[in-house]
Design a protein. Structure first.
Length: 219
């Protein structure tokens, strides 16, 4: 299929990868997941990729294998690199080579609740401790600083009074699974992050609010 060639880096269960795989190769989607890379040979993400028939590779992820990562991405002809739960810092050489063509999904509304050490349940615990009433995923361009590059899309998700980190994480993950494919589809149409920002400066897919938001307002 002709279209945007997407490489995904993932360290965990890969539910965001799955959301992309579910659209990959659809005639209307405009993109195809051509390579999935993990630093963990037993990552659920790799099992999902294999089931979908996508090419998989593993790297050490220790910052010493940037040459291998660069050559894997080049061989696959990746137009866009998506970090979907990738827990290692991407080497600077790779960020530089894919500047403006690498995006990350983070489970909070950046620039709040991001940065080094802010991953997994720590993010949601910090949100709960702050008393924030709204959280939600952010898709942003990757640069050399953790969770720092330009924000492309966010999806507001309510924080409910009786939330735990687990319940909040699960509600936000649902939104992630809609937001990430929407951004990649939009990227495939627009061709670049800057075109995407110009086309829709505060791009949020529509309908923008998950049903639980109405529940929160009613409550
Ligand atoms: C997601 O919450 C994502 O925002 C974060 O890592 C988690 C990955 O989950 N960067 P999964 O492996 O895609 O299920």
């Amino acid at each position: 299929m002709a279209g945007l060639r997407v490489a995904v880096l993932a360290s965990g269960g890969g539910s965001n990868l799955q959301a992309l795989l579910d659209h990959s190769g659809d005639p209307g989607a405009g993109f195809e997941v051509v390579l999935v890379i993990s630093n963990k040979p037993d990552a659920g993400a790799l099992a999902r990729a294999r089931r979908a028939g996508a090419r998989v590779e593993t790297i050490r992820g220790d910052g010493q294998d940037q040459e291998r990562l660069l050559s894997l991405l080049a061989e696959a002809g990746a137009d866009l690199v998506v970090l979907a739960g990738y827990l290692k810092l991407v080497p600077q050489e790779v960020v530089g080579a894919y500047r403006g063509r690498m995006i990350n999904i983070h489970p909070a509304l950046l620039p709040a609740f991001g940065g080094p050490g802010m991953y997994g349940h720590r993010v949601h615990e910090a949100v709960l401790a702050s008393g924030a009433r709204v959280s939600g995923p952010t898709v942003h361009v990757v640069d050399e600083i953790y969770d720092h590059g330009a924000v492309l899309a966010q999806w507001p998700v309510p924080v409910l009074r009786d939330d735990t980190a687990e319940t909040l994480a699960a509600r936000i993950l649902e939104a992630e699974h809609r937001l990430l494919p929407a951004v990649v589809r939009a990227w495939a149409k627009c061709g670049s992050a800057s075109a995407l920002s110009l086309a829709a400066p505060s791009f949020v897919p529509s309908p923008s609010l998950p049903p639980t938001f109405d529940d929160a307002l009613a409550g």
